[in-house]
Design a protein around this ligand. Structure first.
Ligand code: FES
Length: 312
């Protein structure tokens, strides 16, 4: 990462001001932000200043600070942080920013830098002979999938080989950048895999046409009677716990039926009386009222005691 400092004083212009068109644009841009948040316009205003003069001058920083009511140091912090802002004069036709971060470095960024050194200048941020080209190494530009890549002003040129970069630089030098299409320089769709997308390739079904609106009479005829055609799901029958809620009538019928079946099922599940506790009860016979059966505990009777403590 290069150290980012303002240009020497001898190249700094004394003043800066937006031209009429940019001044109107700046006013409209500042108004987009909520009251008290106008300083958020610092990046667009600095970018506009750079587009007007070709680089961000110290006078432009002061002008933007004054316009937004910001401390100068705050504007300087922004301008020196982002490598998109050029702090000294760069090539008038192209400033080539070569990404040198790991993915691009592993995919050949060093070879691209060699091209820049041979075709532009041996040192970064130095102008070529006619002042039209310059270059520098920057950090990740967010196009790692298409490494290696370069940025030239606002456009990215990706999936580069040294030969392709030579061709791109030549086109810019000749003043014919429109002959180069930004983006991947190989047969790749954006950031899709080389050779074409491998997922989400299913044909998209055409959207169904909306049916013609029905007349009121047709609408009335098409309304089914209440509960007509209520499908009985076999899964419902198999598992009552997932049944859909019954109507009041259906629920009442079902409760009556269940109540009628209850004594039979209750008898079937009544445990056999315990011989010991049942005493003389006949095995298999239903327990008599008042008799003790199953796990029921026998009733306790209180013993009467004499004043001497003998049981009577
Ligand atoms: S590493 Fe080069 S674009 Fe991210």
């Amino acid at each position: 990462m290069s150290v980012r400092r303002l240009a020497e004083d001898n190249v700094q212009p004394a003043t800066f001001a937006f031209n009429d068109e940019n001044a109107a644009w700046a006013e409209a841009t500042i108004r987009k932000y909520p009251e008290g948040r106008q300083q958020s316009a610092v990046i667009p205003l600095l970018m506009r200043a750079q587009e007007q003069d070709g680089w961000v001058t110290k006078a432009a920083l002061e002008y933007v600070a004054q316009k937004l009511g910001m401390a100068y140091i705050r504007v300087l912090e922004v301008a020196t942080f982002y490598t998109q802002f050029q702090l000294k004069p760069v090539g008038t036709r192209a400033h080539v920013q070569v990404c040198g971060t790991t993915p691009c470095m592993l995919r050949g960024a060093e070879e691209l830098i060699k091209v820049c050194k041979s075709k532009i200048h041996a040192n970064p941020l130095e102008l070529n002979e006619d002042g039209t080209l310059s270059w520098e190494e920057v950090e990740c530009q967010g196009a790692c999938v298409n490494a290696p890549m370069v940025m030239i002003f606002k456009d990215a040129y990706e999936d580069l080989t040294p030969t392709q970069l030579e061709h791109i630089i030549d086109r810019f030098h000749a003043g014919k950048p429109h002959e180069i299409t930004p983006g991947p320089q190989i047969d790749r769709q954006f950031s899709a895999p080389v050779g074409g997308p491998v997922t989400l390739n299913e044909d998209v079904k055409p959207a169904q046409k909306d049916p013609e609106p029905k007349s009121a009479a047709e609408e009335a005829a098409s309304v089914p009677p209440a509960n007509a055609g209520r499908a009985v799901d076999t899964a419902e029958e198999a598992d009552p716990s997932i049944k859909t809620p019954l109507t009041d009538k259906e629920g009442a019928k079902r409760r009556v039926k269940t109540a009628q079946e209850q004594p039979l099922s209750a008898t079937a599940s009544t445990p056999k009386p315990d011989k010991k506790s049942a005493g003389s009860a006949v095995e298999g016979a239903p327990p008599e009222p008042g008799s003790v059966s199953g796990d029921a505990k026998p009733k306790r009777t209180r013993k009467k005691t004499t004043p001497e403590g003998d049981a009577s």
